[in-house]
Design a protein around this ligand. Structure first.
Ligand SMILES: [Zn+2]
Length: 282
């Protein structure tokens, strides 16, 4: 498996880090986990096309995990791709309908592109046929415990405590090529996540707060620090640990150094803080 970091940031506007998006390639499948703002551009920067994506899994529907969804679907449609397979918590079906339905916010654009003669001629000149269907992602709403069998890969999931009860939130494990990749999504630590992480060859875990940073008492259990994540990864026998979802202030050089020191002290395997467009072999 090959992991490409397409967005390692948060909702903050930040040139160094797009919002959340992680690409995993295995066999012929190109699997995207989350699609926050900036992920689309980083996908193109990474040398891939929107139509290359075969599956999209959303951990949750905070905007920093889905703001580029419509752009990805629209661009893949414009490239003539088959319907994208999309999996995510409710209301991803309603959101998709809200973008691409007959009365959706993009309906005027889609009518213009499919009904006007000049646009039809452009489409035909690019090898398309008429009538031109609208984008129609193949959407499946999922909850924690959802599992999926791909071509040579298996995905499992669990509930991730983050923004309930308004948003259902998940973490994902992907088994392929005899290896296990886990993406925590945005989550507090809990038995379900720790079980999901067990034996992972690579754990990509969100980090929203560094050791020593104060937080509201309600936020503390929802925002594990590097030392807490390292301890969990050690208990779960994780082989390699990557932290992501960094905010601007967390990237101060002395804060990076402190976080890396904490990881090294609490986790025996290789560990790092990821950056956009990095790649990792799993
Ligand atoms: Zn997030």
């Amino acid at each position: 498996m090959k992991l490409t970091i397409l967005g390692s940031g948060s909702p903050e506007a930040y040139v160094r880090r797009a919002s959340s998006g992680y690409l995993v390639e295995t066999g012929d499948d190109v699997i995207l986990f989350d699609c926050g703002g900036g992920v689309f551009d980083n996908l193109v920067r990474s040398g891939r096309k929107p139509s290359d994506i075969t599956h999209l899994f959303f951990t949750h529907l905070h905007t920093d995990h889905m703001m580029d969804y419509a752009r990805l679907v629209h661009a893949a449609w414009d490239e003539g791709a088959p319907p994208l397979k999309v999996f995510g918590p409710a209301p991803i079906a309603g959101i998709t309908e809200g973008f691409f339905g007959l009365d959706g916010v993009l309906s005027h654009d889609l009518r213009a592109r499919t009904e006007l003669l000049p646009s039809q001629e452009v489409w035909k000149a690019r090898g398309g046929t008429l009538p031109r269907p609208w984008p129609a992602p193949d959407v499946t709403e999922i909850t924690g415990g959802f599992a999926f069998e791909g071509e040579g890969w298996h995905l499992s999931s669990c509930t991730a405590p983050h923004a309930q009860p308004v948003l259902d939130c998940l973490g994902f494990a992907l088994n392929a090529e005899g290896r296990k990749f886990v993406y925590s999504g945005d989550t507090g630590l809990c038995d379900g996540i720790e079980t999901l992480c067990r034996g992972a060859d690579l754990l990509l875990h969100w980090c929203y707060r560094l050791d020593g940073e104060e937080a509201h008492p309600m936020m503390v259990p929802l925002t594990p620090t590097p030392s807490e994540i390292a301890a969990m990864a050690t208990r779960a026998d994780v082989k390699r640990l990557l932290l992501s979802h960094f905010r601007i202030h967390m990237d101060a050089p002395e804060r990076h150094a402190a976080a890396l020191g904490v990881l090294e002290a609490g986790f025996a395997g290789e560990s790092a803080i990821v950056e956009d467009l990095e790649t990792y072999l799993i």
